[in-house]
Structures are given as C-alpha cells and as structure tokens.
Write a protein that binds this ligand. Structure first.
Ligand code: HEM
Ligand code: PLO
Length: 513
C-alpha cells in the first residue's frame, strides 16, 4: 500500500472487519512464539489488526534499534488498555503512561532517587547481602529436602525493593507478604496480555473472570500502598491537611515543577526511602513555585509510581532468578564451572561483594545468557508512534502500536549460533576473561527513552544472590522428579512453571567453615 511519504506499509496479516487478524492469533497462548513463527510467511516486519488497532510487529534487531534508539521519541508512546488503565489508574505511573512532561518528570525523579540512595551506595549492597544471607539460612534449614525456591527468592527480592521504597522488610510467613504474593500473581496472570478485553474494551460490560480477579487483586494492592503512603506522610512532617490526608485520588492537586531542589529532596534527614523522596520533592516544589498547569502530580501519581517500582522490582528480578536456577538444574556442568571460578577467585572464607563482578566473568556471562534465552519481557511493553514516521523502508502512521518481539531478536539464527542452546560461553572473549555481547541482537532491558529504569539494580541483585547461593550450595533436581520444563508461560512477564530444587551444602564450604 502506498502512503503520503512515498513509502509502502508493511505487509499485513489478513484481517476481517471488527475482529481484525484475531483468527491468526487465536488458540496460541504463547503470543511471542506465534509472532516469531509468523515471520516465516510475512518477513521480519509485518502488520496485523487487533480489532480496530493497527499493530506493527518488529522481529529484527535492526528495526528494533531504529524504533527504540534512532527514532525513540517518535515511538515513545504507550497504548491505553482496559487492564493497564486499571493497574495504573489511567496511566498515572511510569511504565504504562504515555509520553509527556509529567511522565518525563516522574521518570527523572525515580532515576535520581535510585541512583542516589540505591545503585551507587554501599547501603544497598548491604541490604542485598543481608537478604542473600537470610536466603542461604533458609536453604540450609531445608537441606536435602525438595523445596519450592520461588517464595524464598521472592521474599529476598521483595525485601530489597521494600527497603528501597518503604524502608521496611518482611519476615518469613508475614501475612502481609503472603497477601502480596497472592495479589501480585493475580495481577501477572491478568494484566497486559493482549487479552480480548484489551482489544475490545466494550467486552467489559459482560462478566469476565479475569477482570474480576484483577480488580480484586488491585484492591488488596491499593490497601497496602495506601497504608505505606499514610505512614510516610505523617513523619515526613507533612501535616494531615496536606495532599488529601491520605485519601487516594481525592487530595487537592499539587504541582511538581521541573525546577526542584534535588539535593534537598534526596538528602534531608527525613528521607529514608523512595516514598519519602517523592513526598519531599513534592513539598519542595510546592514551596518554591506556583503550580504549573499540565504538570500536576496527584497522590495517585505518587502511589502508582511507587507501585510500578515495587511491582517491577519484585516480579522481574524474581523471574530471572527462577530461570537461572532452572537452567542450572539442566546444565550442572555450567553450575560447576561457576563454582570453580568462585573458589578460585574468591575462595570460601569471605562472602562475595559487588566489587567481585570483574573477577567472575563466567557468572556474569551466565546471567547474560539467562536474560537472552528467556527474556523477562518477551514483547517489551507495546510502544505507540506519536507521529507519522517510518521503520526501515516502511511507512508507519501516527497511533500505530509497535510490538518489539524480543524473543525473535534473542533467537535470531543469523545472529546467534544455535539460539536454543544455553551457552554462557558466547558472552565471553577468547580468553574467557571478559564479558561482551557477541551480537547487537541483544536488548534484555529494552533501549532508549523507555529503557528499563531498574537495570542497574536488577544486575546488582542477580549477581549477589546467585554468587551467595552458589558459593555454598549445589542446586539439584530431586532424584524422584523429572527435570522441570524450560517452557515459559507468556504474560506481562515470561513466567517459569513451578518446580522443586534440592539445595545441597557443598563439601568444600562445609570443610572450610
Ligand atoms: C521497563 C526489563 C527489572 C522498572 C522495562 C522494559 C523491559 C524491562 C524490557 C520495557 C522497555 C520498553 O518498553 O521499551 C527488565 C528486566 C529486569 C527488570 C529484564 C530484571 C532483570 C526492573 C526493576 C525495576 C524496573 C528491578 C525497578 C526498580 C522498570 C520500569 C519500566 C521498565 C519503571 C518502565 C519504563 C518506562 O516505560 O519508561 N524493564 N526490567 N525493572 N522497568 Fe524493567
Ligand atoms: C507485576 C505485578 C505487580 O503486582 C504490578 C506490576 C507493576 C509494574 C509492572 C509489573 C507488574 C510487571 C513487569 C513490568 C512492570 C513495569 C515494567 C515491567 C511490566 C504488572 C516490564 C518488564 O516491562
């Protein structure tokens, strides 16, 4: 099809009125795999219709980089859908908010907060190590019995992000933690899955089990967020009259201006966590300048921002840790190599530190390979074109939804030798001493304007948790059980199916201690 730019549109899957191309997608729950396979017939860049939405699917790294980096601003929008609107109260968070000054400001704020009292500080390393030690204690206590590691990994990761966001943490069996596990699973199972209600919003009027579950889970999440918010507002010296006295969404609208005294906002005595920092920045902005229309951030914006960091902080990193453990069960020789590297470079008399990262390239390469072979976010979050633009030699209209299929990018046979083979060695140089990416077809955290905000934090956690566990334990599949499946379950994150592990204390560790 020719367009005003003189360029043609990408080839499209057949589409029927109203339903669009759904017949080609129906019955394929693993959407990333279906879109990957459709390349065989339609080429690496093609279009389809989800109901009335024009969707462009990108399967190659060249086009993905053009969308995310070269033309990042053209494609920085996000679609509005029923489920993500419920999750984010109409896009008042970061991940599901469309591009605009308010989104930019929220992102900058969190980025500054994470780098100031997170990523760069020894305090964060100490928090992660504290949780890693507690995880190791639990594994020791469960020695030689088959154990579902998922809740333990989740608690360790949750406590890191809980310390960052709320300066608090959970003990084993804490009912609030159990409630969080349950609601978060319900959200992951129902949100942003390109489900029918997201494609045809009018379906909301009919009873819908998934939507009911999502709403129930969000109620529980909202209660928890609200409680943390209220606890933080009072000690931060923001009298009850400020910002709606803790009633979400009904508080007076307060402006956050671009010229915020950052130092003051992040370094005050009362600023102990992200929630404090957000409240403090808002207070500073209020005191320094009059409200600016269009830049008004309400209590809802604060809550949804922290909700994003908390939700993303827990679900993504835990998922990667589960995939890493699963692959180590399948590839015991790789686990042995990591342990040999650790014994050799760190030994058994001290714990691993972040500064050991350059000493442990094989562990780093293993983490990179896990992120390649099972990308947490196989279709990223859909992008939207904010203007008429182009990808390669194709014209893309304003308002198109663009899905970057990271699964295809990470499994491209032209770029990766035997892509379905788990081979950390591909990320090492010839001497095996340094880690590098052998192909540009690798974007586990996305790239450009919408690149993941938690990349540095996630990498710190993955390294420390795996290093601590593997220094002490060998992870094995229980003798009476088959090796668990490596097949993921598509959703807002690529989930691991439940499996059990036996954590055996290493002889070398036992002898040394
Ligand atoms: C977005 C990956 C951990 C916060 C994303 C995106 C990916 C991603 C692929 C979408 C980029 C796009 O749409 O173009 C990962 C992986 C993680 C991880 C693989 C763990 C290994 C985290 C953590 C946090 C976080 C720990 C929070 C501290 C976010 C946020 C966004 C995002 C807020 C939305 C950014 C925006 O739309 O502007 N992440 N992430 N992520 N991530 Fe992560
Ligand atoms: C995970 C379940 C939580 O209860 C809510 C939540 C918030 C932010 C979402 C996250 C969920 C899933 C992973 C997401 C993250 C924002 C960015 C991240 C989508 C739904 C990724 C990988 O893109």
């Amino acid at each position: 099809m020719a367009t005003g730019t003189g360029l043609g549109r990408p080839r499209s899957l057949p589409a029927l009125p109203l339903v669009g191309s759904l017949l080609q997608l129906a019955g394929h729950p693993q959407l990333h795999l279906r879109l990957w396979r459709l390349q065989g017939h339609y080429g690496s860049l093609y279009a389809l219709w989800m109901g009335s939405h024009y969707v462009v699917v990108v399967n190659s790294y060249r086009h993905a980089r053009e969308v995310l980096l070269k033309k990042g601003k053209d494609f920085a929008g996000r679609p509005r859908t029923v489920t993500t609107d419920l999750l984010s109260r109409g896009g008042k968070d970061i991940a599901f908010a469309s591009y605009g000054p308010l989104w930019k400001f929220q992102r900058k704020l969190v980025h500054t907060a994470l780098s100031m009292f997170g990523e760069g500080s020894l305090a964060l390393e100490r928090i992660i190590c504290r949780e890693a030690a507690s995880l190791c204690d639990t594994l020791s206590a469960a020695q030689d019995t088959a154990l579902d590691m998922a809740p333990e990994l989740t608690r360790a990761v949750t406590n890191v992000v809980c310390s960052l966001c709320f300066n608090s943490s959970y003990r084993r069996g804490d009912p609030e933690f159990e409630a969080m596990l349950e609601y978060s699973q319900g959200i992951v199972d129902t949100v942003a899955k390109e489900s029918l209600v997201d494609i045809f919003p009018w379906l909301q009027i009919f009873p819908n089990k998934d939507l009911a579950l999502l709403k129930k889970c969000l109620q529980v999440r909202d209660q928890l967020l609200q409680q943390k918010f209220t606890e933080h507002k009072v000690p931060a010296g923001l009298g009850q009259g400020d910002a709606g006295a803790g009633v979400v969404g009904t508080g007076p609208r307060t402006a956050w201006l671009m010229h915020v005294p950052w130092q003051e906002a992040f370094c005050g005595d009362t600023v102990k966590d992200l929630m404090d920092a957000l409240l403090q920045v808002r207070l500073s902005a209020e005191n320094s300048s009059p409200p600016e229309p269009g830049l008004e951030l309400t209590d809802d914006h604060l809550l949804m921002t922290v909700g994003d960091i908390f939700g993303a902080g827990v679900e993504t990193t835990t998922t990667v840790l589960k995939w890493a453990v699963l692959y180590l069960l399948h590839y015991p020789e790789i686990q042995r190599k990591i342990q040999e590297e650790m014994d050799h470079k760190i030994g058994l008399v001290r714990h691993p530190h972040l500064s050991d990262r350059p000493l442990l390239p094989y562990l780093e390469a293993t983490i990179s390979e896990v992120l390649r072979i099972r990308p947490v976010s196989p279709l990223l979050i859909p992008h939207v074109s904010l203007a008429d633009t182009s990808i390669g030699e194709y014209s893309i209209p304003k308002g198109a939804r663009v899905i970057i299929n990271l699964w295809s990018v990470h499994h491209d046979e032209k770029e990766w030798d035997k892509p379905e083979e788990f081979n950390p060695g591909r990320f090492l140089d010839e001497q095996g001493q340094h880690i590098h990416s052998p192909s540009p077809s690798y974007l586990p955290f996305g790239a450009g304007i919408r690149v993941c905000l938690g990349k540095v934090l996630a990498k710190m956690e993955l390294f420390l948790f795996l290093a601590w566990v593997l220094q002490r334990f060998t992870l094995e599949c229980p003798e009476d059980q088959p090796l668990p499946s490596l097949e993921g379950k598509f959703g807002v994150v690529l989930q691991v199916q439940k499996f059990q592990v036996k954590a055996r204390l290493r002889e070398a560790w036992r002898a040394a201690s």
